[in-house]
Unconditional design. Sequence first.
Length: 182
Amino acid sequence: MATRSINIGLNDHEREGSICILNSALSNAYILLIKTKKYHWDVVGPQFMTLHKLWEDHYQTLSLSVDEYAERIRMLGGYPVGTAAGFLEWATLTEDPGDILSATEMVTRLVHDHEEIICSLRTAIDKCTEEFHDVGNADFLTGQLEEHESMAWMLRSFIEGEAVRPNGQIPSNRAVGIPAGV
């Protein structure tokens, strides 16, 4: 990975490690941005307007986020992944090309992706702090983690709302496809 030599209190190994973490997180965020936008376009049914507006908010947040990742990488003297092929190579998230899903299935897949990013970011924060001594990126990634936690919570609340009885109990049949304990 090509980087410029700069003096910001991190050695080349530490900066390059943080840049790799950021490029992976950038790629996941970009894949999630694409999926969110696609679902925004494709959603139908009684939840159309609610989800259409929610996903518009989410993809605007994700769009800002990917720009922040790229800028953070440049601050470290690196170069961000910037192609579709590169994003697919660096991301752990996968696409679902050609799938036309129900609104609930779209939400379920987005929850899964946000949760995967959340877990990945927790690991990345630890690695930035412990291995790369990069508290700046750990702090930046913590902010990103909080954004994904918020979006996942909103989406999870939408799905759980379909399965919660007025008394707050969740039916045992789990008809909406959420694993028990979620």
